[in-house]
Design a protein around this ligand. Structure first.
Ligand SMILES: [Zn+2]
Ligand SMILES: [Zn+2]
Length: 301
Protein backbone atom coordinates (compact mmCIF):
# COMPACT_ATOMS: atom_id res chain seq x y z
CA UNK A 1 0.00 0.00 0.00
CA UNK A 2 2.87 2.35 0.64
CA UNK A 3 3.64 2.56 -3.08
CA UNK A 4 0.31 4.24 -3.80
CA UNK A 5 0.51 7.88 -4.79
CA UNK A 6 -0.64 9.80 -1.75
CA UNK A 7 -0.45 13.51 -1.89
CA UNK A 8 -2.65 14.24 1.07
CA UNK A 9 -0.87 13.49 4.28
CA UNK A 10 2.42 14.34 5.84
CA UNK A 11 3.27 10.94 7.23
CA UNK A 12 1.68 11.35 10.63
CA UNK A 13 -1.72 10.53 12.15
CA UNK A 14 -4.20 13.32 11.48
CA UNK A 15 -5.62 13.01 14.98
CA UNK A 16 -2.75 12.27 17.34
CA UNK A 17 0.38 12.92 15.30
CA UNK A 18 1.77 9.39 15.72
CA UNK A 19 4.11 8.45 12.89
CA UNK A 20 4.27 4.66 13.23
CA UNK A 21 2.10 1.99 11.70
CA UNK A 22 -0.19 4.30 9.76
CA UNK A 23 -3.30 3.32 7.85
CA UNK A 24 -3.16 5.25 4.60
CA UNK A 25 -6.31 5.26 2.53
CA UNK A 26 -6.34 7.69 -0.32
CA UNK A 27 -10.15 7.91 -0.23
CA UNK A 28 -9.92 9.30 3.29
CA UNK A 29 -7.39 11.83 2.09
CA UNK A 30 -5.64 11.44 5.44
CA UNK A 31 -3.51 9.00 7.39
CA UNK A 32 -4.48 7.56 10.76
CA UNK A 33 -2.63 5.46 13.27
CA UNK A 34 -4.21 2.13 14.12
CA UNK A 35 -5.56 3.49 17.42
CA UNK A 36 -7.33 6.40 15.72
CA UNK A 37 -8.53 4.68 12.53
CA UNK A 38 -11.63 2.91 13.98
CA UNK A 39 -12.97 6.22 15.23
CA UNK A 40 -12.44 7.81 11.79
CA UNK A 41 -14.26 4.87 10.20
CA UNK A 42 -17.19 5.20 12.61
CA UNK A 43 -17.40 8.94 12.01
CA UNK A 44 -17.58 8.33 8.28
CA UNK A 45 -20.47 5.88 8.84
CA UNK A 46 -22.22 8.54 10.94
CA UNK A 47 -21.72 11.16 8.21
CA UNK A 48 -23.11 8.78 5.58
CA UNK A 49 -26.20 8.00 7.70
CA UNK A 50 -26.84 11.74 8.02
CA UNK A 51 -25.98 12.76 4.48
CA UNK A 52 -28.57 10.41 3.00
CA UNK A 53 -31.11 10.65 5.86
CA UNK A 54 -30.96 6.91 6.40
CA UNK A 55 -32.46 6.99 9.89
CA UNK A 56 -35.02 9.21 11.58
CA UNK A 57 -35.50 10.50 15.08
CA UNK A 58 -36.65 8.15 17.81
CA UNK A 59 -35.67 4.72 19.04
CA UNK A 60 -35.26 2.50 15.97
CA UNK A 61 -34.78 -1.22 15.54
CA UNK A 62 -32.42 -1.91 12.63
CA UNK A 63 -31.51 -5.33 11.24
CA UNK A 64 -27.99 -5.64 9.88
CA UNK A 65 -27.57 -8.15 7.04
CA UNK A 66 -24.46 -10.05 8.08
CA UNK A 67 -22.72 -12.36 5.60
CA UNK A 68 -19.63 -13.26 7.62
CA UNK A 69 -17.45 -11.20 5.26
CA UNK A 70 -15.42 -8.12 6.11
CA UNK A 71 -17.84 -5.41 4.94
CA UNK A 72 -20.99 -6.41 6.80
CA UNK A 73 -18.97 -7.38 9.91
CA UNK A 74 -17.33 -3.95 9.94
CA UNK A 75 -20.77 -2.38 9.49
CA UNK A 76 -22.35 -4.24 12.40
CA UNK A 77 -19.44 -3.39 14.69
CA UNK A 78 -19.44 0.30 13.69
CA UNK A 79 -23.22 0.62 14.22
CA UNK A 80 -22.85 -1.21 17.52
CA UNK A 81 -20.30 1.35 18.74
CA UNK A 82 -22.67 4.13 17.62
CA UNK A 83 -25.86 2.54 18.98
CA UNK A 84 -26.34 4.80 22.02
CA UNK A 85 -25.57 7.91 20.07
CA UNK A 86 -28.02 6.91 17.32
CA UNK A 87 -30.64 5.52 19.72
CA UNK A 88 -30.57 2.19 17.86
CA UNK A 89 -31.56 -1.29 18.82
CA UNK A 90 -29.68 -3.76 16.63
CA UNK A 91 -30.38 -7.25 15.38
CA UNK A 92 -28.45 -9.21 12.76
CA UNK A 93 -29.79 -11.25 9.86
CA UNK A 94 -27.79 -14.01 8.25
CA UNK A 95 -28.91 -15.89 5.16
CA UNK A 96 -27.45 -19.40 5.18
CA UNK A 97 -27.04 -20.22 1.50
CA UNK A 98 -26.54 -23.98 1.86
CA UNK A 99 -23.28 -23.97 -0.11
CA UNK A 100 -21.37 -26.51 1.97
CA UNK A 101 -18.42 -25.74 4.21
CA UNK A 102 -18.23 -22.11 3.20
CA UNK A 103 -21.80 -21.45 4.35
CA UNK A 104 -21.21 -23.26 7.64
CA UNK A 105 -18.00 -21.31 8.25
CA UNK A 106 -19.88 -18.06 7.49
CA UNK A 107 -22.55 -18.96 10.03
CA UNK A 108 -19.86 -19.76 12.61
CA UNK A 109 -18.23 -16.34 12.06
CA UNK A 110 -21.50 -14.38 12.35
CA UNK A 111 -22.49 -16.39 15.44
CA UNK A 112 -19.17 -15.56 17.10
CA UNK A 113 -19.44 -11.86 16.26
CA UNK A 114 -23.06 -11.45 17.38
CA UNK A 115 -22.37 -13.40 20.60
CA UNK A 116 -19.43 -11.13 21.32
CA UNK A 117 -21.56 -8.00 20.83
CA UNK A 118 -24.72 -9.52 22.40
CA UNK A 119 -26.70 -8.72 19.26
CA UNK A 120 -29.64 -11.09 18.55
CA UNK A 121 -29.10 -13.11 15.38
CA UNK A 122 -31.85 -14.22 12.99
CA UNK A 123 -30.77 -17.03 10.64
CA UNK A 124 -32.72 -17.63 7.46
CA UNK A 125 -31.86 -20.87 5.65
CA UNK A 126 -32.28 -21.25 1.90
CA UNK A 127 -32.88 -24.98 2.48
CA UNK A 128 -35.92 -24.19 4.67
CA UNK A 129 -37.52 -22.66 1.59
CA UNK A 130 -37.03 -25.86 -0.38
CA UNK A 131 -34.27 -24.24 -2.45
CA UNK A 132 -30.76 -25.05 -3.47
CA UNK A 133 -28.44 -22.46 -5.04
CA UNK A 134 -27.36 -23.47 -8.54
CA UNK A 135 -26.76 -21.80 -11.90
CA UNK A 136 -30.04 -20.94 -13.63
CA UNK A 137 -29.98 -20.78 -17.42
CA UNK A 138 -27.41 -18.22 -18.47
CA UNK A 139 -27.17 -16.64 -15.01
CA UNK A 140 -23.95 -17.30 -13.09
CA UNK A 141 -24.36 -18.84 -9.69
CA UNK A 142 -23.25 -15.58 -8.01
CA UNK A 143 -26.17 -13.74 -9.63
CA UNK A 144 -28.63 -16.44 -8.54
CA UNK A 145 -27.16 -16.34 -5.05
CA UNK A 146 -27.54 -12.54 -4.93
CA UNK A 147 -31.15 -12.61 -6.16
CA UNK A 148 -32.15 -15.29 -3.65
CA UNK A 149 -30.34 -13.53 -0.82
CA UNK A 150 -32.18 -10.27 -1.59
CA UNK A 151 -35.55 -12.02 -1.77
CA UNK A 152 -35.07 -13.79 1.57
CA UNK A 153 -33.70 -10.62 3.14
CA UNK A 154 -36.83 -8.73 2.09
CA UNK A 155 -39.13 -11.37 3.53
CA UNK A 156 -37.23 -11.64 6.81
CA UNK A 157 -36.94 -7.84 7.15
CA UNK A 158 -40.70 -7.39 6.79
CA UNK A 159 -41.50 -10.31 9.05
CA UNK A 160 -39.24 -8.98 11.83
CA UNK A 161 -40.80 -5.52 11.55
CA UNK A 162 -37.47 -3.67 11.57
CA UNK A 163 -37.33 0.01 10.71
CA UNK A 164 -34.69 -0.84 8.09
CA UNK A 165 -32.33 -3.54 6.91
CA UNK A 166 -28.75 -2.22 6.73
CA UNK A 167 -26.48 -3.87 4.19
CA UNK A 168 -22.69 -3.76 3.83
CA UNK A 169 -22.52 -2.37 0.29
CA UNK A 170 -19.33 -0.35 -0.02
CA UNK A 171 -18.35 2.50 -2.28
CA UNK A 172 -16.68 -0.04 -4.58
CA UNK A 173 -19.93 -2.04 -4.77
CA UNK A 174 -21.85 1.12 -5.51
CA UNK A 175 -19.48 2.18 -8.28
CA UNK A 176 -19.49 -1.30 -9.76
CA UNK A 177 -23.30 -1.23 -9.90
CA UNK A 178 -23.28 2.20 -11.51
CA UNK A 179 -20.78 1.11 -14.13
CA UNK A 180 -22.74 -2.08 -14.89
CA UNK A 181 -25.84 -0.02 -15.44
CA UNK A 182 -24.03 2.48 -17.67
CA UNK A 183 -22.61 -0.38 -19.72
CA UNK A 184 -26.12 -1.74 -20.30
CA UNK A 185 -27.58 1.66 -21.14
CA UNK A 186 -29.33 2.31 -17.84
CA UNK A 187 -29.11 5.88 -16.59
CA UNK A 188 -30.66 5.47 -13.15
CA UNK A 189 -28.18 5.41 -10.27
CA UNK A 190 -28.53 2.77 -7.54
CA UNK A 191 -29.63 4.49 -4.33
CA UNK A 192 -27.95 4.48 -0.90
CA UNK A 193 -31.45 4.37 0.64
CA UNK A 194 -34.48 2.46 -0.64
CA UNK A 195 -37.54 3.73 1.22
CA UNK A 196 -39.40 0.41 1.28
CA UNK A 197 -43.06 -0.36 0.63
CA UNK A 198 -45.69 -2.96 1.39
CA UNK A 199 -43.48 -5.76 0.05
CA UNK A 200 -39.96 -4.48 0.71
CA UNK A 201 -38.39 -3.32 3.95
CA UNK A 202 -36.56 -0.01 3.95
CA UNK A 203 -32.94 -0.66 2.98
CA UNK A 204 -29.98 1.47 3.93
CA UNK A 205 -26.32 1.21 2.88
CA UNK A 206 -24.27 3.04 5.53
CA UNK A 207 -20.94 2.03 3.92
CA UNK A 208 -21.82 3.73 0.62
CA UNK A 209 -18.88 6.11 1.03
CA UNK A 210 -16.48 3.53 2.45
CA UNK A 211 -13.88 1.89 0.20
CA UNK A 212 -13.48 -1.91 0.50
CA UNK A 213 -9.96 -1.41 1.76
CA UNK A 214 -11.18 0.57 4.78
CA UNK A 215 -13.40 -2.34 5.84
CA UNK A 216 -10.44 -4.71 5.56
CA UNK A 217 -8.37 -2.47 7.84
CA UNK A 218 -11.26 -2.05 10.28
CA UNK A 219 -11.96 -5.75 10.84
CA UNK A 220 -8.22 -6.41 11.25
CA UNK A 221 -7.71 -3.65 13.79
CA UNK A 222 -10.92 -4.45 15.70
CA UNK A 223 -10.05 -8.17 15.62
CA UNK A 224 -13.48 -9.18 14.28
CA UNK A 225 -14.10 -12.82 13.32
CA UNK A 226 -14.78 -13.13 9.59
CA UNK A 227 -15.03 -16.12 7.29
CA UNK A 228 -11.70 -17.02 5.71
CA UNK A 229 -11.27 -17.61 2.00
CA UNK A 230 -13.86 -17.32 -0.66
CA UNK A 231 -17.03 -19.13 -1.60
CA UNK A 232 -16.08 -22.14 -3.74
CA UNK A 233 -18.68 -20.96 -6.27
CA UNK A 234 -17.25 -17.44 -6.50
CA UNK A 235 -17.49 -16.28 -10.13
CA UNK A 236 -14.77 -13.68 -10.68
CA UNK A 237 -16.51 -12.44 -13.83
CA UNK A 238 -19.40 -11.10 -11.77
CA UNK A 239 -17.04 -8.94 -9.75
CA UNK A 240 -14.23 -8.00 -12.12
CA UNK A 241 -15.34 -4.42 -12.75
CA UNK A 242 -13.90 -3.57 -9.34
CA UNK A 243 -10.47 -3.74 -10.95
CA UNK A 244 -11.37 -0.59 -12.87
CA UNK A 245 -11.77 1.33 -9.62
CA UNK A 246 -8.61 -0.06 -8.08
CA UNK A 247 -6.75 1.24 -11.12
CA UNK A 248 -8.55 4.58 -10.97
CA UNK A 249 -7.63 5.00 -7.33
CA UNK A 250 -3.98 4.24 -8.02
CA UNK A 251 -3.94 6.90 -10.75
CA UNK A 252 -6.11 9.50 -9.03
CA UNK A 253 -6.46 9.40 -5.24
CA UNK A 254 -10.07 10.27 -4.25
CA UNK A 255 -11.04 9.52 -7.86
CA UNK A 256 -13.63 7.00 -6.65
CA UNK A 257 -15.29 9.57 -4.41
CA UNK A 258 -15.41 12.12 -7.21
CA UNK A 259 -16.82 9.56 -9.61
CA UNK A 260 -19.60 8.66 -7.15
CA UNK A 261 -20.55 12.31 -6.77
CA UNK A 262 -20.53 12.95 -10.50
CA UNK A 263 -22.45 9.80 -11.42
CA UNK A 264 -25.08 10.48 -8.76
CA UNK A 265 -25.71 13.86 -10.42
CA UNK A 266 -25.62 12.44 -13.95
CA UNK A 267 -27.68 9.26 -13.51
CA UNK A 268 -31.07 10.84 -12.86
CA UNK A 269 -33.24 8.70 -15.13
CA UNK A 270 -36.20 6.82 -13.64
CA UNK A 271 -35.69 3.06 -13.27
CA UNK A 272 -36.69 1.08 -16.36
CA UNK A 273 -39.74 -1.17 -16.46
CA UNK A 274 -43.08 -0.67 -14.82
CA UNK A 275 -44.04 -1.40 -11.22
CA UNK A 276 -43.60 -4.93 -9.87
CA UNK A 277 -46.34 -7.45 -10.64
CA UNK A 278 -47.34 -10.38 -8.44
CA UNK A 279 -45.39 -13.57 -9.21
CA UNK A 280 -47.89 -16.00 -10.82
CA UNK A 281 -46.59 -18.84 -8.62
CA UNK A 282 -46.20 -17.35 -5.13
CA UNK A 283 -47.82 -13.92 -5.31
CA UNK A 284 -44.71 -11.98 -4.20
CA UNK A 285 -44.09 -8.86 -6.28
CA UNK A 286 -41.43 -9.20 -8.97
CA UNK A 287 -40.03 -7.18 -11.86
CA UNK A 288 -39.56 -10.34 -13.96
CA UNK A 289 -42.25 -12.78 -15.13
CA UNK A 290 -41.53 -15.25 -12.29
CA UNK A 291 -39.82 -14.24 -9.02
CA UNK A 292 -36.21 -15.43 -8.46
CA UNK A 293 -37.20 -17.95 -5.78
CA UNK A 294 -39.81 -19.63 -7.97
CA UNK A 295 -37.47 -19.60 -10.97
CA UNK A 296 -34.91 -21.44 -8.89
CA UNK A 297 -37.53 -23.84 -7.60
CA UNK A 298 -38.48 -24.71 -11.20
CA UNK A 299 -34.84 -25.48 -12.03
CA UNK A 300 -34.52 -27.72 -8.98
CA UNK A 301 -37.35 -29.93 -10.16
ZN1 LIG B 1 -3.57 8.52 15.96
ZN1 LIG C 1 -42.61 -16.53 -6.87
Amino acid sequence: MTDRPLAFHDGSCTRCGATDDLVRLSEFGKAYCRACFPDAFQRRVLQTLRRYSMLRKGHLHVGVALSGGKDSSALLHALWTLRWRLNLRLSALHIHMGLGDYSDASLAAVTELTDRLSVPLVVERVADHGLQIQPVGTFAQCSVCGAVRRALMDRAGLREGWFAVATGHTMDDWLQQMLKRLLTGRLDAPKPVLPGDEFHPRKIKPLSLMPDEACREYVTIAGLPIVAGQCSHFAPDTHRLKQVFALLESLAPTGKQQLVNTLMKAMKAPPPGGPDRPCPECGQPTGTDVCPLCRLRRYGQ
